[in-house]
Design a protein around this ligand. Structure first.
Ligand SMILES: Cc1cc2nc3c(=O)[nH]c(=O)nc-3n(C[C@H](O)[C@H](O)[C@H](O)COP(=O)(O)OP(=O)(O)OC[C@H]3O[C@@H](n4cnc5c(N)ncnc54)[C@H](O)[C@@H]3O)c2cc1C
Ligand SMILES: NC(=O)c1ccc[n+]([C@@H]2O[C@H](COP(=O)([O-])OP(=O)(O)OC[C@H]3O[C@@H](n4cnc5c(N)ncnc54)[C@H](O)[C@@H]3O)[C@@H](O)[C@H]2O)c1
Length: 454
C-alpha cells in the first residue's frame, strides 16, 4: 500500500517536534498535526512561561531585600498585566520559531485535532468548526499528544483554574488557594507569593514534594517563601462554591476558606481520548500507552513518546525519546534512551534540585548500614546583607562499600545549574573520593560538594 507520508507525528510539543525534525533531517517525508499552538506544553503553557514568571518573582524578591547592599527602594510596583502580556508575546515568538524550522525542513503542518481512522490513517478535525479538514496516511505514526491537568471529581471544580489557565490571566489575584503539593503547586505558590498574592496551599499529605529527598521538602517548608504561605496539611478539598465574586472552598473537615481564585495542581494525565484509539486495542500500562524500549506500542506501526508513556514526564526526556525514535527508524541506529540519573528541579525560590537516589530510597535498596550521608546547611554569602536569610543545603548519598555516589540533592539559588553538571559525574559513575580530590572553586555554594567530609 502507498502512503502519503513516511511519518505522521500527532502533537507538536517537545517530543513530537524533536522526532519530526530529526526524521526530516534524514530525508523522511514528515507530517505533523497540532490542535493548538506549535510548541506544546513546555513552550506554550509549561516550562518556558513558568520560568519567565519565576524570573519575575526572583527579581522582585531580590529588590525587596537588598537594602543591606545599599540598594534602597521606595516600594516596587508589580504590574502583573505587563508580565503576563510579555510572557504571551515571548511564547508566540518561540512558537513561530518552531513553525519556521518545521517549514525549513519541509515538514507539512496540519492544524487541527488528529483522530485515528485506521492504523495508518488519521483525519484532522478543525478545532473551531469541528469539521473534518483532511485525511492523511503514513507507514509509521508517532503519538506525542502529551498530558492535560487532572481534575478532582468534586462539586464546583469547573470554577477553579488549572495551570493552563494561569497563562491566560490578565492579572494576578489578590488571594489564591493552591491544591496539591507537587511540582506545579509549589512552583506557582512560590511565584504568586513572591509577587504579592496571599497564598494558601492545601496538601493531602504531611509534607510538600512527597517523593523528593525529605531534607529538600523540609528546607522548602522552612524557607522564607513557604513560611509566608499558609500550608494546610492532611486535608482534602470537598467542594467549591461562588460567594459574592470569590470562591469558597469546603474541606473534608468541614472548614471553609474564602479566596479570589483556586488553582488545582493535583497531577496530569495522558490526553489520549480525542485520538479514537479504542478500535486499535493498544496495550496500556495503567493510564499510559505501553511501549517497548524502541517506543513501539503493541501495534508495530504506531509509536509513542513523552507524557503519554510511563517515564518521567519532563521536556528533555520527551525530546530525547523523540530523537532516539527517529535515529532508530529513519537512520538505522541502535540507540536507547538513558533513563539513569535524570536531573530534576523544582523552580521555587530558592529552587530544589536533585539527581539520583534520595536517602530514603538508597537505604531501602542497599540497606541502611551500607549508606553514608554527607550533608551541610548554611546561609549563602549572597544573603549576608539581605533581609531574606534563606539557607541552602547540599547532600550526597554514598554507597559505603563501593564509595559510589548514588544521589546528590541541593536546595538553594542556582542549584539547578549546579545539579545539571553533577548529573554528568553521576552518569560517569563517580565516587565520593573523586569529589574529594577535585579542587574547590571559592567562594561559591557548590564548592561544598567537594569539601564535605563525614
Ligand atoms: C506548568 C508546567 C510546568 C512544567 N515545567 C517543566 C520544567 O520546568 N521542566 C521540564 O522538564 N518539564 C516541565 N513540564 C513538563 C513538560 O512540559 C512536559 O513533560 C513536556 O512538554 C511533554 O512533552 P510531550 O511532547 O509529551 O507533550 P506536549 O509538550 O504536551 O505536546 C503535546 C502536543 O500535542 C497536542 N495535541 C494533543 N492532542 C492532539 C491531537 N489529538 N491532535 C493534534 N494535536 C494534539 C497538544 O496541543 C500539544 O501541543 C511542565 C509542565 C507543566 C504543565
Ligand atoms: N520543574 C519541572 O521539571 C516541572 C514543573 C512542573 C511540572 N512538571 C512535570 O509535570 C508533572 C505534573 O506536575 P503536577 O505538579 O501536576 O504533579 P505532581 O505529581 O508533581 O504533584 C501532584 C500533587 O497533587 C497531589 N494530589 C494528587 N491527587 C490528589 C487528590 N485527589 N487530592 C489532593 N491532592 C492530590 C499529590 O499528592 C501531589 O502533591 C510532574 O510530575 C512533572 O513530571 C515538571
Amino acid at each position: 500500500m502507498e502512503f502519503e507520508f513516511d511519518l505522521i507525528v500527532v502533537g507538536a510539543g517537545s517530543g513530537g517536534l524533536a522526532a519530526a525534525k530529526r526524521a526530516a533531517s534524514y530525508g523522511a517525508k514528515v507530517a505533523i498535526i497540532e490542535a493548538n499552538q506549535i510548541g506544546g506544553t513546555c513552550v506554550i503553557r509549561g516550562c518556558v512561561p513558568k520560568k519567565l514568571m519565576v524570573y519575575a518573582a526572583k527579581s522582585k524578591k531580590n529588590m525587596d531585600s537588598s537594602e543591606g547592599y545599599g540598594l534602597k527602594n521606595e516600594g516596587i510596583n508589580f504590574e502583573s498585566n505587563i508580565l503576563l502580556k510579555n510572557v504571551r508575546e515571548e511564547v508566540s515568538r518561540l512558537s513561530n520559531l518552531h513553525r519556521n524550522s518545521l517549514k525549513k525542513l519541509n515538514i507539512t503542518i496540519f492544524e487541527g485535532l488528529g483522530r485515528f481512522i485506521t492504523q495508518n490513517e488519521l483525519e484532522i478535525i478543525c478545532s473551531n468548526t469541528k469539521k473534518i479538514k483532511n485525511k492523511i496516511s503514513s507507514k509509521k505514526i508517532l503519538i506525542s499528544v502529551g498530558g492535560k491537568p487532572k481534575k478532582l471529581n468534586i462539586p464546583g471544580i469547573d470554577l477553579a483554574w488549572t495551570s493552563d489557565d494561569i497563562f491566560e490571566l490578565e492579572k494576578f489575584p489578590k488571594s489564591l488557594l493552591i491544591v496539591g503539593g507537587g511540582y506545579i503547586a509549589c512552583e506557582f505558590a512560590s511565584i504568586f507569593r513572591n509577587l504579592g498574592t496571599e497564598v494558601t496551599q492545601l496538601i493531602r499529605g504531611k509534607h510538600l514534594l512527597n517523593g523528593f529527598d525529605e531534607d529538600l521538602s523540609l528546607c522548602l517548608e522552612e524557607s522564607p517563601t513557604f513560611t509566608d504561605i499558609k500550608i494546610i496539611s492532611n486535608a482534602q478539598l470537598k467542594s467549591i462554591d461562588r460567594v459574592n465574586g470569590n470562591l469558597e472552598s469546603t474541606l473534608e473537615s468541614g472548614d471553609k476558606l474564602l479566596t479570589n481564585n483556586i488553582l488545582i495542581a493535583t497531577g496530569r494525565e495522558p490526553n489520549l481520548l480525542p485520538l479514537n484509539l479504542d478500535f486499535l486495542n493498544l496495550k496500556m500500562d495503567g493510564q499510559y500507552l505501553d511501549v517497548d524500549e524502541l517506543n513501539q506500542t503493541s501495534n508495530a506501526n504506531i509509536f509513542a513518546v513523552g507524557d503519554i508513556i510511563n517515564k518521567p514526564n519532563l521536556t528533555p526526556v520527551a525530546i530525547e525519546q523523540g530523537r532516539v525514535f527517529s535515529d532508530n527508524f529513519f537512520n538505522d541506529q541502535k540507540r536507547k534512551v538513558n533513563y539513569e540519573y535524570i536531573p530534576k528541579a523544582v523552580f521555587t525560590i530558592p529552587e530544589i534540585s536533585t539527581v539520583g537516589l534520595s536517602e530514603k530510597r538508597a537505604k531501602e535498596i542497599y540497606s541502611e548500614k551500607n549508606i553514608k550521608i554527607f550533608k551541610c546547611k548554611f546561609t549563602p554569602m549572597s544573603n549576608t546583607f539581605k533581609k531574606n536569610k534563606s539557607k541552602c543545603m547540599l547532600k550526597i548519598v554514598v554507597h559505603k562499600l563501593t564509595d559510589k555516589v548514588l544521589g546528590c540533592h541541593m536546595f538553594g539559588e542556582t542549584s539547578s545549574e549546579i545539579i545539571q553538571m553533577v548529573s554528568v559525574s553521576l552518569n560517569a559513575g563517580i565516587t565520593k573520593k573523586d569529589f574529594d580530590i577535585t579542587m574547590a572553586l571559592h567562594p561559591t555554594i557548590s564548592e561544598e560538594f567537594v569539601t564535605m567530609y563525614g
